[in-house]
Design a protein around this ligand. Structure first.
Ligand SMILES: *Cc1c(COP(=O)(O)O)cnc(C)c1O
Length: 382
């Protein structure tokens, strides 16, 4: 397996001699029509029918009791953590192998991140590593689950469904319920991914999805909070829209809220994109199968969905035999105009999270030094 062969293979897939990006948005539906409608109606901002429609369609798709659209995925996570009761000084457990936004949301709550390892099959938070970490560092008290030494509360666990592959949710939910810790799923990358038939982001009390330009569907910028109960959903909507108490003319706000509402302009784009989600997932899955066949019988291991899951294959990924092979692949593909990227540097290596408490991270380190993401724009292969 030489990188040159990969370049040829990807060029053949995309049938182009131009630059091939890692992931580009695709607009082939009603995007222009819906966006134009918002401009014609002047309702481009915080009021408009597309926001409600987008939320309703997301509820239908995911089975969530209430979906609350937000300005971006980080804001969705921030609001979800607030709703899950995370407050200043609390501990929030997540994976070191994630995009920085997961940890930023925790940080902006005034809480502290704690890192545990990922599972080699899902690339997401490992239930066994989580349980072992808690056994070593946590005790159950009447105030909840607290850290043995620092007495800080473990208020939430945030698993992230890496590249769209669902984490081992049955086991994870079991561990979290045993330790009495809330689960907030970072489902930013996993719209259209299912765990044993149920949509990701609906297992925990809250889930957060992103619609940034590089995600499977985009609203330009945007996110959504998936809520497990209608009551929590109503409260989430309230606090993400300045916590204003409804009144014909008076301004009264009963809580320090956020202005995290998704503008109607963005929701219009989202409604059009959502109509094509099923198609995008099909296209991505067949693209993934092509990659999988290509890497078969090589010492490069293509990342496949765990057997319990139906993944959206948001970003295709391959594990190189070692770091030298990874560096060579990155260099030669990018030099040839085929965009590939390494996985994020582990969070505890970043200056703002370097002192975060953490467990053993050997799986995360293994993946960090070997994984490469491959071009993943949906492709008409079906
Ligand atoms: C994209 C992403 C986010 C944040 O989404 P934004 O919409 O860019 O704020 C959060 N977590 C993960 C894992 C992501 O990939």
């Amino acid at each position: 397996m030489t990188p040159l062969k990969i370049n040829d293979f990807v060029r053949e897939l995309y049938a182009t001699n131009e630059f091939i990006p890692l992931h580009a948005p695709t607009f082939c539906g009603n995007e222009k029509a819906y966006v134009t409608q918002t401009i014609d109606s002047t309702f481009v901002s915080s009021v408009g029918k597309f926001v409600d429609e987008f939320e309703t369609k997301m509820e239908e798709l995911t089975g969530s009791a209430k979906a609350v659209a937000t300005v971006n995925g980080t804001a969705a996570l921030h609001a979800a953590l607030y709703m899950a009761g995370v407050r200043a000084g609390d501990l929030v457990i997540t994976q070191a192998l994630t995009f920085v936004a997961t940890c930023n949301a925790v940080h902006h709550m005034g809480a502290e991140t704690v890192f545990v390892d990922v599972s080699p099959t899902s690339l997401g938070l490992c239930p066994k590593a989580l349980d072992e970490f808690l056994q070593e560092h946590a005790i159950q008290t009447e105030q909840g689950c607290i850290h043995k030494q620092t007495k800080q509360r473990f208020q939430a666990v945030v698993p992230m469904h890496t590249f769209g592959h669902p984490v081992e949710l049955d086991e994870l939910m079991q561990v979290c319920s045993k330790w009495n810790i809330a689960v907030v799923e970072d489902a930013a990358e996993s719209l259209g991914s299912y765990y044993k038939g149920m949509h990701t982001g609906t297992f925990g009390e809250f889930g957060a999805v992103s619609f940034n330009g590089n995600k499977i569907i985009t609203t330009g910028g945007g996110g959504i909070v998936l809520c497990k109960s209608a009551e929590a959903g109503a409260h989430t909507k309230h606090i993400t829209t300045t916590a204003k108490v409804p009144h014909p003319f008076e301004f009264f706000h009963d809580e320090a809220g956020f202005n995290y509402r998704m503008p109607n302009l963005n929701a219009a784009l989202g409604c059009a994109q959502l109509e094509q989600l099923e198609l995008f997932v099909k296209q991505k899955r067949s693209l993934a199968h092509k990659y999988c066949d290509f890497f078969a019988n090589s010492d490069f291991k293509f990342v496949v969905e765990p057997e319990y899951a139906q993944s959206n294959y948001w970003l295709n990924a391959v594990i190189c035999p070692d770091k030298e092979a990874r560096d060579r692949l990155l260099k030669e593909t990018n030099a040839a105009g085929v965009m590939t990227r390494p996985i994020w540097q582990l969070m505890h290596r970043l200056p703002m999270f370097e002192n975060a408490p953490r467990g053993d991270l050997s799986n995360s380190e293994y993946i960090e030094s070997r994984l490469v993401n491959l071009p993943s724009t949906p492709l008409e292969l079906i």
